[in-house]
Design a protein around this ligand. Structure first.
Ligand code: ADP
Ligand code: MG
Length: 365
């Protein structure tokens, strides 16, 4: 079979069961694009590591095929797949120096001795560890050890690197700087990276594309901004970022917009998504930052206005989170930039909130 130039990996009808009964990966048909930074994002237990381990060769699919550059991998052992791996636990060899750890994949691949030193140096420089080549792993911090693991995954110039929650054990500021470093390494090398995380912010920051996974199924795979702004279903809308969700029924259609009638009588105008029918039950989502407090309703076309009462305000420095009540037990949350606030907002106070129909996304349950 001829490899498709723009895809490096293809999962075709892949299913995985560990116990012969329950499938933890279900009918995976998915292609990884050459050179992309793809993130598998999902809650713990959703099947992310299983997908990665099947690609790496440490688990085999119960059904289906995985191809790398057009070659079916199923019977090829891990060490012959030419894939670099980084895990959350660094898995460095404790008795070897940093330099020897990084040289190891080259020795296994029988790279000539005189080439090894130069390749190791290049990989260590890439992760800013050139000066620590003679240390042993126990003399390094967690972040440094993870850099060694990354250098070891890069050193043999694989075309595909898999990273399973590699930054999970690092504290926040170190994690953020490593996120940027990883992105830069990806840009510089042009290598395909598949990155697993359960952290939605990390996924949004780092990825060319995010595959949101739940229950062994890819729910949506797209650019971060599309995932954020046009979530396909309720799971994706709730898992990525914060969102308010209103349940209602489709009451009227126009060309590009439709009205959703809420149980409390309010109507929300939303951008139409395909395949909606009259009276269908749907959810409308609106992000907290897309709703604006107004003194008076503007009555502009396609602008929704909801009246509500302040339940709680929480100060976040750059913004205020307002929890609002717009009916019996229905609350929603908005973010107000601190700079735009005039005067105080007290619990019980009546306010009006506007949000444009273009920012209302219809998702099915
Ligand atoms: P994630 O990486 O998204 O947290 P995993 O792929 O590790 O998810 O796990 C998916 C499901 O498969 C979980 O229910 C987990 O308990 C189960 N599982 C993972 N590895 C094994 C294994 N080696 N044997 C049996 N069950 C496993
Ligand atoms: Mg995992």
């Amino acid at each position: 079979m001829k490899p498709e130039a723009d895809h490096i990996v293809s999962f075709d009808g892949v299913r995985k069961s560990y116990d012969g009964e329950n499938y933890v990966v279900k009918n995976l048909d998915f292609k990884i694009r050459r050179g992309e930074f793809l993130t598998l994002l999902g809650p713990s237990g959703s099947g992310k590591s299983t997908m990665l381990m099947m690609l790496a060769g440490f688990e085999s699919p119960t059904q289906g095929e995985i191809s790398l550059n057009g070659v079916v991998l199923n019977k090829i052992p891990p060490y012959k797949r030419d894939i670099g791996l980084v895990f959350q636990s660094y898995a460095l060899f404790p008795h070897m120096t940093v330099e020897k750890n990084v040289a190891f994949p080259l020795q296994v691949r029988k790279v000539p001795k005189h080439e090894i030193a130069a390749k190791v140096k290049r990989a260590l420089d890439m992760v800013h560890l050139g000066a620590l080549a003679d240390r042993s792993p126990s003399q390094l911090s967690g972040g440094q050890q993870q850099r060694v693991a990354l250098a070891r995954a890069l050193v043999f110039d694989p075309k595909l690197i898999l990273l399973d929650e590699p930054l999970g054990a690092l504290d926040k500021s170190l994690r953020e700087s490593m996120q940027m470093e990883l992105r830069h390494i990806h840009e510089n090398l042009g290598v395909t990276m598949v990155f697993v995380t359960h952290d939605q912010d990390e996924a949004l920051i780092m990825s060319d594309r995010i595959a949101v996974i739940n229950d062994g199924i890819i729910q949506q795979a797209d650019r971060p901004d599309v995932i954020y702004n046009q979530p396909k279903n309720q799971f994706v809308a709730n898992f990525i970022g914060e969102t308010n969700m209103f349940k209602g029924k489709v009451s009227t259609f126009e060309r590009d917009y439709c009205d959703i009638a809420l149980p409390d009588g309010n109507i929300i105008k939303a951008k139409k998504s395909n395949a909606l029918s009259l009276n269908e039950e749907v959810n409308v989502t609106i992000r907290p930052e897309h709703a604006v407090l107004v003194d008076h309703p503007s009555h502009l076309n396609y602008m929704n206005c909801i009246k509500a009462k302040v339940v709680e305000t929480i100060y976040h420095g750059d913004h205020l989170r307002l929890s609002l009540n717009n009916g019996d037990d229905s609350t929603f949350m908005i973010k107000v930039p601190t700079q735009s606030l005039h005067g105080s907002l007290d619990p019980g106070q009546s306010v009006a909130v506007e949000f444009h129909a273009n920012n209302c996304c219809i998702v099915k349950s």
